[in-house]
Design a protein around this ligand. Sequence first.
Ligand code: THU
Length: 130
Amino acid sequence: MSLKDKALAVRDNAYAPYSKFKVGAALIAENGETFVGCNVENVAYPEGTCAEAGAIAAMIASGQTQLMEVYIVADAPMPVSPCGGCRQKLIEFGAGHVPVTMATVSGLEQRMTLADLMPGAFTEEHLENT
Ligand code: THU
């Protein structure tokens, strides 16, 4: 199954009764394994988690720490853009050149690198004087 099809499939399992906005994310780790995640909302709204966070958590739980490619899909008029918090989470585990495909269920796709999505990111280098 392609990364796109995995993201589309996991999106079906999203728990989004409040926003009704289901998101699926799939990523490929350094060892070639694929991990998926969907958004999981909560009645206490800020406790909800994004699809990207779920996929990253699954990758880390399996012992992988580097992501090589990401695919995110939702039913939106334009390709779904990861939120600022998820950009920071993706940068933690992916190099700047990592491609992120943002997509709609209708087939629109926009591809950007992590560096393009997060210019001027706060990184480990900022901690070097500590
Ligand atoms: N959401 C994601 O899971 N990923 C994104 O890239 C954008 C937003 C979720 C959070 C919330 O459950 C719903 O979409 C509406 O914001």
